[in-house]
Design a protein. Sequence first.
Length: 401
Amino acid sequence: MNNLPARLSELIGKPVHDIDTPALVIDLDAMKRNLVRMAEFTKKHQIRWRPHAKLHKSVVLAKMQIKAGAVGVCVQKTAEAEIMVAGGVYNVYISNQVIAPAKLARVAALTQAVASHGGQIALAVDSLEGVKRLALAMTEARTSARSGTASAASTATVIDVFVEIDVGQGRCGVAPGEAAVTLALEIRKHPALRFAGLQAYHGKAQHLRSAVERRMASASAMKAVEMTCQLLKAQGIAAKLVTGAGTGSFALEAASGIYGELQAGSFMFMDVDYAQNERDPAQPQFEHALFVKTQVISTHDSHSVCDAGHKSHAIDSGLPKVHAFDSKSGLDYFNGGDEHGILRPAADSTRLPGLGQLLWLIPGHCDPTVNLHDVMIGVSGGLRGGVVERLIRVDARGAMT
């Protein structure tokens, strides 16, 4: 791969044991099984699937998801969308608010860039000012295209706009009901904007541990969505698509008859946080597929120390867990700072790992963990005896604007 150290490129075909530490590793077999299970689920339930590329930030993996049946990808940042489009992913939804005029100009340029490829850019809004600023940026881009040598497609580009409603996340989004109708009516006033439907993502519901709690939270969200759709219909406006859902709740949205698109993405890797959820029997069983490989660099009577500290994994959703191949690992991971992890026995009978011993950590939260690395090392044949099959660049690492 271009611009990667030679030592990484030389890993292709080498045994997993040869991967230096710490390193971010994908169990490709597990990841592909997860992908197949989600594709089968969405096909069975006849619902669209647009996974969040903010999970993996990789053009290669985005294209793999689309090949499996996804209609495109979601991102949260304009810069992420630009990287996806530059890599040949032409159906991108920025499921977030973009307010800065300079960023909106970039969004408008992306809308024109994908037009010749039959693609589509979409954006979420939750304010009248946001709608007006987006309309201005799109109009200016159209005018500029007409005065230049742009194609007819780019001079008449339209951006899909979703009105985001707050269904329980307590973050972005207008209140369900009349406020959403007001925004939809405003969108329809602008020729370069197309009202595409509702963004109704309940992030908090994803991490409620019991299936009953998630069901109750999702039911409340669906009630708010349904009420908003009825008010839109009364104004002669059809909410053609309701999009949302995540790895913790997508089976509920799929069965609702209200949602038409799922945004679940983390299932592809799975992390400690999602694995702590009580599984909903309606959802497929997903496997851990993303790991941080580490090794013991120091040993003591009470603990061992590994070389994977917080610079190699995110801790916002808790510390990583030590992966066990057959049963419980018997080891707990403790904070050792930026470059070190402290390993202690979870039970008196557990032996501490020796100097140089290799271990695998399951990140607490996949998305920000990926953003700490330049490349993910894809292994086929398992973590014990597999080989390095490919290197997957984290294309959108640091794409924050």
